[in-house]
Write a protein that binds this ligand. Structure first.
Ligand code: UD1
Length: 416
Protein backbone atom coordinates (compact mmCIF):
# COMPACT_ATOMS: atom_id res chain seq x y z
CA UNK A 1 0.00 0.00 0.00
CA UNK A 2 1.48 3.29 -1.01
CA UNK A 3 1.72 6.40 1.12
CA UNK A 4 3.95 5.70 4.14
CA UNK A 5 6.98 7.91 4.76
CA UNK A 6 9.82 5.57 5.63
CA UNK A 7 11.67 6.45 8.81
CA UNK A 8 14.26 4.66 10.90
CA UNK A 9 17.42 2.64 10.54
CA UNK A 10 18.48 -0.23 8.35
CA UNK A 11 21.73 -2.16 8.35
CA UNK A 12 23.16 -3.48 5.13
CA UNK A 13 25.07 -6.76 4.95
CA UNK A 14 27.83 -7.88 2.61
CA UNK A 15 27.47 -7.36 -1.13
CA UNK A 16 25.88 -10.06 -3.28
CA UNK A 17 28.15 -9.07 -6.13
CA UNK A 18 31.20 -9.61 -3.97
CA UNK A 19 30.37 -12.63 -1.87
CA UNK A 20 29.61 -14.88 -4.84
CA UNK A 21 33.08 -14.19 -6.23
CA UNK A 22 34.71 -14.62 -2.82
CA UNK A 23 33.03 -18.03 -2.56
CA UNK A 24 34.47 -18.93 -5.97
CA UNK A 25 37.89 -17.60 -4.95
CA UNK A 26 37.87 -20.05 -2.02
CA UNK A 27 38.31 -22.81 -4.63
CA UNK A 28 41.85 -21.57 -5.23
CA UNK A 29 43.08 -22.83 -1.85
CA UNK A 30 42.55 -26.30 -0.35
CA UNK A 31 41.40 -26.10 3.27
CA UNK A 32 38.80 -24.06 5.15
CA UNK A 33 37.92 -20.56 3.98
CA UNK A 34 35.55 -18.60 6.21
CA UNK A 35 33.53 -15.68 4.86
CA UNK A 36 31.74 -13.28 7.18
CA UNK A 37 29.08 -10.58 6.57
CA UNK A 38 27.49 -12.93 4.08
CA UNK A 39 23.99 -11.81 3.00
CA UNK A 40 21.17 -14.32 3.49
CA UNK A 41 20.03 -14.40 -0.13
CA UNK A 42 19.09 -17.03 -2.67
CA UNK A 43 22.19 -16.55 -4.83
CA UNK A 44 24.45 -17.50 -1.91
CA UNK A 45 22.46 -20.74 -1.57
CA UNK A 46 22.87 -21.46 -5.27
CA UNK A 47 26.61 -20.79 -5.11
CA UNK A 48 26.90 -23.05 -2.02
CA UNK A 49 25.13 -25.80 -3.95
CA UNK A 50 27.52 -25.36 -6.87
CA UNK A 51 30.58 -25.54 -4.58
CA UNK A 52 29.19 -28.73 -3.00
CA UNK A 53 28.85 -30.32 -6.43
CA UNK A 54 32.50 -29.45 -7.04
CA UNK A 55 33.41 -31.43 -3.93
CA UNK A 56 33.43 -28.75 -1.21
CA UNK A 57 31.72 -28.93 2.12
CA UNK A 58 29.81 -25.68 2.73
CA UNK A 59 28.22 -24.84 6.07
CA UNK A 60 26.86 -21.69 7.64
CA UNK A 61 25.99 -20.49 11.12
CA UNK A 62 22.35 -20.23 12.15
CA UNK A 63 21.88 -16.69 10.85
CA UNK A 64 23.79 -17.48 7.66
CA UNK A 65 26.18 -14.52 8.07
CA UNK A 66 29.25 -16.73 8.34
CA UNK A 67 29.91 -19.33 5.69
CA UNK A 68 32.67 -21.92 5.95
CA UNK A 69 33.89 -23.59 2.79
CA UNK A 70 36.07 -26.71 3.07
CA UNK A 71 37.85 -27.13 -0.24
CA UNK A 72 39.34 -30.56 -1.06
CA UNK A 73 42.69 -31.15 -2.77
CA UNK A 74 40.94 -32.66 -5.77
CA UNK A 75 37.97 -30.77 -7.17
CA UNK A 76 35.36 -31.74 -9.73
CA UNK A 77 35.62 -29.42 -12.69
CA UNK A 78 32.11 -29.24 -14.11
CA UNK A 79 29.44 -26.61 -13.40
CA UNK A 80 26.12 -28.00 -14.60
CA UNK A 81 23.45 -26.17 -16.53
CA UNK A 82 20.77 -26.52 -13.84
CA UNK A 83 22.75 -24.22 -11.51
CA UNK A 84 24.37 -21.91 -14.04
CA UNK A 85 20.93 -21.37 -15.59
CA UNK A 86 19.62 -20.14 -12.22
CA UNK A 87 22.52 -17.81 -11.57
CA UNK A 88 24.83 -16.33 -14.16
CA UNK A 89 27.48 -15.60 -11.51
CA UNK A 90 28.12 -19.37 -11.47
CA UNK A 91 30.58 -18.75 -14.29
CA UNK A 92 32.88 -17.18 -11.70
CA UNK A 93 34.13 -20.71 -11.03
CA UNK A 94 35.66 -20.77 -14.52
CA UNK A 95 38.92 -19.03 -13.57
CA UNK A 96 39.62 -20.83 -10.28
CA UNK A 97 38.73 -24.29 -11.61
CA UNK A 98 40.92 -23.85 -14.65
CA UNK A 99 43.81 -22.72 -12.46
CA UNK A 100 43.33 -25.56 -9.96
CA UNK A 101 42.33 -28.48 -12.23
CA UNK A 102 43.83 -27.55 -15.61
CA UNK A 103 40.42 -28.23 -17.17
CA UNK A 104 36.90 -26.90 -16.66
CA UNK A 105 33.45 -27.34 -18.24
CA UNK A 106 30.96 -24.63 -17.38
CA UNK A 107 27.46 -24.48 -18.83
CA UNK A 108 26.84 -21.32 -20.82
CA UNK A 109 24.71 -19.06 -18.63
CA UNK A 110 21.23 -17.63 -18.89
CA UNK A 111 20.58 -15.71 -15.66
CA UNK A 112 19.17 -12.21 -15.46
CA UNK A 113 16.95 -10.94 -18.21
CA UNK A 114 19.15 -7.93 -18.79
CA UNK A 115 20.71 -8.31 -22.19
CA UNK A 116 23.15 -10.52 -23.98
CA UNK A 117 26.03 -10.40 -21.45
CA UNK A 118 28.72 -12.10 -23.51
CA UNK A 119 31.73 -14.03 -22.26
CA UNK A 120 34.10 -13.04 -25.06
CA UNK A 121 36.46 -11.08 -22.79
CA UNK A 122 36.65 -13.91 -20.26
CA UNK A 123 37.51 -16.32 -23.08
CA UNK A 124 40.01 -14.09 -24.89
CA UNK A 125 41.79 -13.36 -21.57
CA UNK A 126 42.04 -17.04 -20.64
CA UNK A 127 43.41 -17.77 -24.12
CA UNK A 128 46.08 -15.11 -23.54
CA UNK A 129 46.96 -17.00 -20.36
CA UNK A 130 47.53 -20.12 -22.50
CA UNK A 131 44.18 -21.92 -22.19
CA UNK A 132 42.48 -23.57 -25.13
CA UNK A 133 38.77 -22.81 -25.06
CA UNK A 134 35.95 -24.44 -27.04
CA UNK A 135 32.21 -24.58 -26.71
CA UNK A 136 30.28 -27.81 -27.18
CA UNK A 137 26.72 -28.86 -26.41
CA UNK A 138 26.00 -25.71 -24.42
CA UNK A 139 29.18 -25.95 -22.35
CA UNK A 140 32.30 -23.83 -22.38
CA UNK A 141 35.30 -26.15 -22.08
CA UNK A 142 38.75 -24.80 -21.23
CA UNK A 143 42.01 -26.72 -20.98
CA UNK A 144 45.38 -25.70 -19.58
CA UNK A 145 46.86 -29.00 -18.44
CA UNK A 146 50.40 -27.63 -18.48
CA UNK A 147 49.33 -24.67 -16.32
CA UNK A 148 48.50 -21.06 -17.15
CA UNK A 149 51.20 -18.54 -18.07
CA UNK A 150 51.20 -14.85 -17.21
CA UNK A 151 50.43 -12.44 -20.09
CA UNK A 152 49.45 -8.88 -20.93
CA UNK A 153 45.71 -8.55 -21.38
CA UNK A 154 43.81 -5.51 -22.62
CA UNK A 155 40.10 -5.67 -21.95
CA UNK A 156 37.87 -4.06 -24.59
CA UNK A 157 35.67 -2.83 -21.77
CA UNK A 158 36.20 -2.82 -17.97
CA UNK A 159 34.02 -5.89 -17.43
CA UNK A 160 33.56 -6.82 -13.78
CA UNK A 161 33.15 -10.53 -14.51
CA UNK A 162 36.07 -10.78 -16.93
CA UNK A 163 38.37 -8.90 -14.53
CA UNK A 164 37.45 -11.36 -11.76
CA UNK A 165 37.91 -14.46 -13.92
CA UNK A 166 41.34 -13.27 -15.02
CA UNK A 167 42.43 -12.15 -11.56
CA UNK A 168 41.69 -15.55 -10.12
CA UNK A 169 43.26 -17.46 -13.01
CA UNK A 170 46.38 -15.26 -13.04
CA UNK A 171 46.91 -15.61 -9.29
CA UNK A 172 48.02 -19.22 -9.83
CA UNK A 173 49.62 -18.74 -13.29
CA UNK A 174 53.36 -18.86 -13.88
CA UNK A 175 54.83 -15.39 -14.12
CA UNK A 176 53.44 -11.89 -14.44
CA UNK A 177 50.04 -10.86 -15.77
CA UNK A 178 48.97 -7.30 -16.45
CA UNK A 179 45.26 -6.60 -16.95
CA UNK A 180 44.69 -3.23 -18.58
CA UNK A 181 41.33 -1.44 -18.66
CA UNK A 182 40.41 -3.56 -15.63
CA UNK A 183 37.17 -2.96 -13.71
CA UNK A 184 37.57 -0.75 -10.62
CA UNK A 185 34.42 -1.60 -8.65
CA UNK A 186 34.65 -1.90 -4.83
CA UNK A 187 33.83 -5.59 -5.32
CA UNK A 188 37.02 -5.93 -7.40
CA UNK A 189 38.99 -4.28 -4.61
CA UNK A 190 37.37 -6.73 -2.18
CA UNK A 191 38.37 -9.84 -4.12
CA UNK A 192 41.88 -8.41 -4.58
CA UNK A 193 42.14 -8.00 -0.78
CA UNK A 194 41.01 -11.55 -0.19
CA UNK A 195 43.38 -12.96 -2.82
CA UNK A 196 46.24 -10.94 -1.32
CA UNK A 197 45.41 -12.29 2.16
CA UNK A 198 45.50 -15.77 0.58
CA UNK A 199 49.06 -15.12 -0.57
CA UNK A 200 48.50 -13.74 -4.08
CA UNK A 201 50.79 -10.98 -5.32
CA UNK A 202 48.48 -8.31 -6.78
CA UNK A 203 49.01 -4.58 -7.19
CA UNK A 204 46.82 -1.83 -8.58
CA UNK A 205 43.49 -2.85 -6.99
CA UNK A 206 40.95 -0.09 -7.61
CA UNK A 207 42.87 1.25 -10.62
CA UNK A 208 42.55 0.36 -14.32
CA UNK A 209 45.78 -1.62 -14.37
CA UNK A 210 46.19 -4.74 -12.29
CA UNK A 211 49.49 -6.51 -12.03
CA UNK A 212 49.53 -10.08 -10.77
CA UNK A 213 52.65 -12.11 -10.13
CA UNK A 214 51.52 -15.73 -10.06
CA UNK A 215 52.27 -17.88 -7.03
CA UNK A 216 52.36 -21.67 -6.73
CA UNK A 217 49.86 -22.08 -3.92
CA UNK A 218 47.32 -20.00 -2.06
CA UNK A 219 46.14 -20.56 1.49
CA UNK A 220 42.62 -20.40 2.90
CA UNK A 221 41.69 -17.32 4.93
CA UNK A 222 38.91 -15.65 6.89
CA UNK A 223 37.53 -12.61 5.09
CA UNK A 224 34.70 -10.09 5.69
CA UNK A 225 32.56 -9.21 2.64
CA UNK A 226 32.45 -5.56 1.55
CA UNK A 227 29.06 -3.89 2.32
CA UNK A 228 26.42 -3.92 -0.41
CA UNK A 229 26.48 -0.49 -2.01
CA UNK A 230 23.49 -1.26 -4.23
CA UNK A 231 21.26 -2.26 -1.33
CA UNK A 232 22.47 0.83 0.56
CA UNK A 233 21.70 2.98 -2.49
CA UNK A 234 18.23 1.43 -2.79
CA UNK A 235 17.42 2.53 0.78
CA UNK A 236 18.71 6.01 0.01
CA UNK A 237 16.34 6.27 -2.96
CA UNK A 238 13.49 4.89 -0.81
CA UNK A 239 14.04 7.71 1.69
CA UNK A 240 13.88 10.32 -1.07
CA UNK A 241 10.86 8.88 -2.87
CA UNK A 242 8.78 8.50 0.30
CA UNK A 243 9.91 11.85 1.73
CA UNK A 244 11.30 9.93 4.64
CA UNK A 245 14.33 9.79 6.89
CA UNK A 246 16.48 6.66 6.73
CA UNK A 247 19.82 6.00 8.37
CA UNK A 248 21.71 3.30 6.50
CA UNK A 249 24.23 1.56 8.75
CA UNK A 250 27.06 -0.75 7.79
CA UNK A 251 27.40 1.12 4.48
CA UNK A 252 30.36 2.83 2.84
CA UNK A 253 29.11 6.16 1.45
CA UNK A 254 32.37 6.62 -0.47
CA UNK A 255 31.25 3.72 -2.70
CA UNK A 256 28.09 5.64 -3.60
CA UNK A 257 29.53 9.07 -4.31
CA UNK A 258 27.71 9.78 -7.58
CA UNK A 259 24.40 8.27 -6.52
CA UNK A 260 24.27 10.21 -3.24
CA UNK A 261 25.29 13.38 -5.04
CA UNK A 262 22.38 12.86 -7.46
CA UNK A 263 20.02 12.54 -4.50
CA UNK A 264 21.31 15.84 -3.15
CA UNK A 265 20.64 17.37 -6.57
CA UNK A 266 17.13 15.91 -6.32
CA UNK A 267 16.70 17.90 -3.08
CA UNK A 268 17.65 15.39 -0.38
CA UNK A 269 19.83 15.99 2.63
CA UNK A 270 22.59 13.42 2.94
CA UNK A 271 24.72 13.37 6.06
CA UNK A 272 27.48 11.02 7.10
CA UNK A 273 27.07 9.03 10.31
CA UNK A 274 29.65 6.90 12.03
CA UNK A 275 29.14 3.68 10.07
CA UNK A 276 27.03 4.84 7.18
CA UNK A 277 24.84 7.75 6.11
CA UNK A 278 21.44 9.32 6.66
CA UNK A 279 19.10 10.53 3.93
CA UNK A 280 16.22 12.88 4.69
CA UNK A 281 13.71 14.45 2.36
CA UNK A 282 10.72 16.63 3.01
CA UNK A 283 9.58 17.74 -0.43
CA UNK A 284 8.86 16.34 -3.86
CA UNK A 285 12.19 15.40 -5.49
CA UNK A 286 13.48 17.16 -8.60
CA UNK A 287 14.17 14.94 -11.61
CA UNK A 288 17.84 14.01 -12.14
CA UNK A 289 19.58 12.87 -15.33
CA UNK A 290 21.77 9.81 -15.02
CA UNK A 291 24.22 8.00 -17.27
CA UNK A 292 25.29 4.49 -16.24
CA UNK A 293 28.98 3.70 -16.57
CA UNK A 294 31.56 1.35 -15.06
CA UNK A 295 32.71 2.38 -11.56
CA UNK A 296 33.30 5.11 -10.49
CA UNK A 297 30.47 6.09 -12.86
CA UNK A 298 26.81 5.78 -11.95
CA UNK A 299 25.97 2.09 -11.27
CA UNK A 300 23.60 0.36 -13.68
CA UNK A 301 22.30 -1.61 -10.69
CA UNK A 302 20.71 1.60 -9.33
CA UNK A 303 19.25 2.68 -12.64
CA UNK A 304 15.74 1.20 -12.20
CA UNK A 305 15.46 2.72 -8.72
CA UNK A 306 16.37 6.15 -10.13
CA UNK A 307 13.87 5.77 -12.97
CA UNK A 308 11.25 5.08 -10.30
CA UNK A 309 12.37 8.23 -8.45
CA UNK A 310 12.21 10.32 -11.62
CA UNK A 311 8.73 8.95 -12.33
CA UNK A 312 7.36 10.92 -9.37
CA UNK A 313 9.78 13.86 -9.50
CA UNK A 314 9.23 17.47 -10.51
CA UNK A 315 10.37 17.92 -14.13
CA UNK A 316 11.83 15.52 -16.68
CA UNK A 317 15.04 13.51 -16.76
CA UNK A 318 17.06 11.64 -19.35
CA UNK A 319 18.39 8.27 -18.24
CA UNK A 320 21.11 6.69 -20.38
CA UNK A 321 21.89 2.99 -19.92
CA UNK A 322 25.31 2.02 -21.26
CA UNK A 323 25.78 -1.46 -19.79
CA UNK A 324 22.78 -3.69 -20.30
CA UNK A 325 20.53 -3.10 -23.30
CA UNK A 326 17.51 -4.95 -21.94
CA UNK A 327 17.43 -3.18 -18.62
CA UNK A 328 14.62 -0.91 -19.79
CA UNK A 329 12.23 -3.88 -19.97
CA UNK A 330 11.08 -2.96 -16.52
CA UNK A 331 9.86 0.40 -17.81
CA UNK A 332 6.80 -1.34 -19.30
CA UNK A 333 5.89 -2.44 -15.80
CA UNK A 334 6.43 1.02 -14.35
CA UNK A 335 4.17 2.46 -17.02
CA UNK A 336 1.42 0.15 -15.69
CA UNK A 337 1.62 2.23 -12.51
CA UNK A 338 1.00 5.38 -14.53
CA UNK A 339 4.62 6.49 -15.05
CA UNK A 340 5.39 8.57 -18.13
CA UNK A 341 8.54 7.01 -19.60
CA UNK A 342 9.56 6.86 -23.24
CA UNK A 343 12.50 4.74 -24.31
CA UNK A 344 14.55 5.07 -27.45
CA UNK A 345 17.52 2.73 -27.75
CA UNK A 346 19.57 3.13 -24.61
CA UNK A 347 17.88 6.37 -23.53
CA UNK A 348 14.78 6.78 -21.41
CA UNK A 349 12.96 10.07 -21.05
CA UNK A 350 11.08 10.18 -17.77
CA UNK A 351 8.51 12.93 -17.18
CA UNK A 352 7.64 13.13 -13.52
CA UNK A 353 4.02 12.64 -12.46
CA UNK A 354 2.51 13.91 -9.23
CA UNK A 355 1.00 10.49 -8.54
CA UNK A 356 1.32 6.89 -9.59
CA UNK A 357 -1.55 4.45 -9.20
CA UNK A 358 -1.12 0.99 -7.72
CA UNK A 359 -1.46 -2.03 -10.01
CA UNK A 360 -0.15 -5.58 -10.41
CA UNK A 361 3.34 -5.59 -11.95
CA UNK A 362 6.06 -8.14 -12.58
CA UNK A 363 9.72 -8.01 -11.51
CA UNK A 364 11.94 -8.79 -14.50
CA UNK A 365 15.27 -8.88 -12.64
CA UNK A 366 16.62 -8.11 -9.16
CA UNK A 367 17.02 -4.36 -9.48
CA UNK A 368 13.86 -3.91 -11.55
CA UNK A 369 12.07 -5.70 -8.72
CA UNK A 370 13.49 -3.25 -6.19
CA UNK A 371 12.53 -0.30 -8.42
CA UNK A 372 8.95 -1.55 -8.68
CA UNK A 373 8.65 -1.98 -4.91
CA UNK A 374 9.87 1.60 -4.48
CA UNK A 375 7.28 2.79 -6.98
CA UNK A 376 4.62 0.79 -5.13
CA UNK A 377 5.57 2.57 -1.89
CA UNK A 378 4.48 5.90 -3.37
CA UNK A 379 1.67 4.78 -5.70
CA UNK A 380 -1.91 5.38 -4.60
CA UNK A 381 -3.58 2.19 -3.38
CA UNK A 382 -2.27 -1.33 -3.69
CA UNK A 383 0.59 -2.53 -5.87
CA UNK A 384 1.35 -6.24 -6.19
CA UNK A 385 4.84 -7.11 -7.40
CA UNK A 386 4.92 -10.59 -8.91
CA UNK A 387 7.98 -12.81 -9.49
CA UNK A 388 9.62 -11.55 -6.29
CA UNK A 389 12.03 -14.47 -6.38
CA UNK A 390 14.17 -12.06 -8.39
CA UNK A 391 14.30 -9.69 -5.39
CA UNK A 392 15.20 -12.61 -3.09
CA UNK A 393 18.36 -13.04 -5.15
CA UNK A 394 19.77 -9.73 -3.96
CA UNK A 395 17.90 -8.26 -0.99
CA UNK A 396 18.02 -10.10 2.32
CA UNK A 397 14.96 -9.55 4.54
CA UNK A 398 13.64 -6.78 2.28
CA UNK A 399 10.01 -6.99 3.44
CA UNK A 400 10.98 -7.09 7.13
CA UNK A 401 13.21 -4.03 6.72
CA UNK A 402 10.48 -2.18 4.85
CA UNK A 403 7.98 -2.96 7.60
CA UNK A 404 10.39 -1.80 10.28
CA UNK A 405 10.70 1.51 8.44
CA UNK A 406 6.92 1.90 8.51
CA UNK A 407 5.89 0.61 5.08
CA UNK A 408 2.54 -1.11 4.70
CA UNK A 409 3.80 -4.17 2.88
CA UNK A 410 3.34 -7.89 3.09
CA UNK A 411 4.69 -10.89 1.37
CA UNK A 412 2.27 -13.46 0.02
CA UNK A 413 3.84 -16.82 -0.65
CA UNK A 414 7.01 -18.17 0.88
CA UNK A 415 10.49 -17.17 -0.21
CA UNK A 416 11.85 -19.73 -2.69
C1 UD1 B 1 28.35 -7.47 -12.68
C2 UD1 B 1 27.26 -7.50 -11.64
C3 UD1 B 1 26.03 -6.79 -12.13
C4 UD1 B 1 26.38 -5.39 -12.57
C5 UD1 B 1 27.53 -5.43 -13.58
C6 UD1 B 1 28.01 -4.04 -13.98
C7 UD1 B 1 27.67 -9.57 -10.48
C8 UD1 B 1 27.17 -10.93 -10.11
N1 UD1 B 1 26.92 -8.88 -11.32
O1 UD1 B 1 27.87 -8.20 -13.81
O2 UD1 B 1 25.07 -6.74 -11.07
O3 UD1 B 1 25.24 -4.82 -13.18
O4 UD1 B 1 28.65 -6.13 -13.02
O5 UD1 B 1 28.38 -3.31 -12.86
O6 UD1 B 1 28.68 -9.11 -9.97
N2 UD1 B 1 30.48 -8.08 -21.61
C9 UD1 B 1 30.85 -8.60 -22.82
N3 UD1 B 1 31.77 -9.60 -22.86
C10 UD1 B 1 32.33 -10.13 -21.73
C11 UD1 B 1 31.92 -9.59 -20.47
C12 UD1 B 1 31.00 -8.57 -20.45
O7 UD1 B 1 30.37 -8.17 -23.87
O8 UD1 B 1 33.18 -11.03 -21.83
C13 UD1 B 1 29.51 -6.97 -21.57
C14 UD1 B 1 28.19 -7.36 -20.96
O9 UD1 B 1 27.34 -7.91 -21.94
C15 UD1 B 1 27.69 -6.05 -20.44
C16 UD1 B 1 28.94 -5.31 -20.02
O10 UD1 B 1 30.00 -5.96 -20.70
O11 UD1 B 1 27.06 -5.31 -21.45
C17 UD1 B 1 29.19 -5.30 -18.52
O12 UD1 B 1 29.39 -6.60 -18.07
P1 UD1 B 1 30.22 -6.95 -16.75
O13 UD1 B 1 30.90 -5.73 -16.24
O14 UD1 B 1 31.05 -8.14 -17.05
O15 UD1 B 1 29.07 -7.32 -15.73
P2 UD1 B 1 28.87 -8.67 -14.95
O16 UD1 B 1 30.15 -9.11 -14.34
O17 UD1 B 1 28.11 -9.63 -15.80
Amino acid sequence: MGGARLRGEVTVTGAKNSVLKLMAAALLAPGRTVLTDVPHILDVEIMAELLRRLGCDVSHDSGGATVAIDVPERLEHRADYDLVRRMRASITVLGPLLARCGVVDVALPGGDNIGSRGLDMHIAGLQRLGASVTSEHGYLIAHAEAGLRGASIWLDFPSVGATETLLMAASLAQGRTVIDNAAREPEIVDICSMLTEMGADISGAGSSTLEINGVEVLRPVEHATVPDRIVAGTWAVAAVMTRGDITVRGARPEHLDIALDKLVTAGAQVTMVEDGFRVTMDARPTAVDIVTLPYPGFPTDLQPQFIALNAIAEGAALVTENLFEARFRFVHELVRLGADVQTEGHHALVRGRTTLSGAPVEATDIRAGAGLVLAGLVAEGETTVHEVHHIDRGYAGFVEDLKRLGADVRRTGAPT
